[in-house]
Ligand binder design. Structure first.
Ligand code: GLN
Length: 295
């Protein structure tokens, strides 16, 4: 296919226009991230060298990637990466793409360790249940270099991606990796670890709402990471069932909660009878999203 000669600037303008037509929310930003990725540049360079002609291979690759994107494939799967808490994470279709609202879980842990006088994670044991790309456990391992961290996921493919992310950020050997269903993954560890901090962003989409997810999510992201069973709360139930045996006091549990599920998840937590207090924080859209339980 003959590709017409265009400058970097023109290519970006055309792509943003096309994306806007396709209804993408951040057309310009997405076009820049994609082209910068294909050229191996940072985004600033797109502006500094905007008048440069786009090499034909890059123009063709840009064209092809835009077609994939316009059909609904998430940008992060096309570029193979996503930023979370200022760190870059590899992502593949085996893992959920980290979302900005999940960064609030990191904030909640940092605040708690600060109050406990262990700002570098001194003496703390931290568990991430359903680690996916490893965004939470890797970020927390980087920020709390003295904490002992455990990462659990039921999917071997996801664990592989998480380990690569940990290696990339030089924390792979500080994390214990376990495959399995939440705390059941620890059955062979004798004595089983007891945690000071548990973080989790379990799958929480109710079964009958899966079909209503946008095609860009439903058609591409792993069902395992989204499907929360009938009422969307199955993950929380399984996690909370074994929680008391695995938590030390004083301890912190930080859970991401789906839109509109806070009350129900709070109720499930209260039924466990182990929490001294339960509080929530809101996401950028003002929705109650992160549940923080103290034991
Ligand atoms: N812990 C990962 C995240 O927060 C994966 C969550 C999941 O797969 N449900 O993005």
């Amino acid at each position: 296919m003959a590709v017409e000669k265009v400058t970097v600037k023109e290519a970006l303008q055309r792509a943003s226009f096309r994306y806007r037509e396709a209804g993408l929310e951040q057309p310009r930003e997405e076009a820049e991230i994609l082209l910068a990725h294909l050229l191996g540049w940072d985004r600033l360079r797109l502006y500094l060298e905007g008048e440069r002609e786009l090499p034909p291979e890059a123009a063709a690759a840009f064209q092809e990637a835009q077609e994939r994107r316009s059909r609904g494939e998430p940008l992060a799967y096309i570029t193979g990466k996503k930023e979370f808490y200022g760190l870059e994470f590899k992502v593949t279709p085996a893992v959920l793409i980290p979302r900005p609202e999940t960064e609030f879980l990191v904030d909640a842990v940092l605040e708690w360790v600060g109050k406990r006088g262990a700002p570098r994670g001194e003496g703390l044991v931290l568990g991430d249940l359903g680690t996916g790309s490893g965004n939470l456990v890797v970020t927390l391992s980087c920020l709390l270099p003295l904490a002992r961290c455990w990462a659990i996921d039921i999917s071997p493919e996801a664990l592989q991606v998480a380990r690569e992310n940990a290696a990339r950020h030089k924390v792979e050997h500080r994390i214990c990796w376990r495959r399995g269903d939440y705390f059941k993954a620890l059955e062979k560890d004798q004595p089983p670890p007891r945690f000071d901090v548990i973080v989790s962003n379990p799958p929480y989409i109710p079964g009958d709402a899966l079909d209503c997810l946008p095609q860009t999510v439903r058609g591409y992201e792993p069902l395992l990471a989204l499907d929360g069973g009938g009422d969307g709360l199955e993950g929380y139930r399984r996690l909370l069932e074994d929680l008391p045996r695995h938590l030390r006091s004083p301890g912190l549990v930080v859970l991401e909660v789906g839109d509109g599920q806070m009350e129900a998840v709070e109720r499930l937590c209260r039924e466990r009878g182990i929490f001294k207090s339960l509080a929530f924080r809101q996401d950028y859209a003002g929705r109650a999203r992160v549940l923080e339980g103290l034991v």
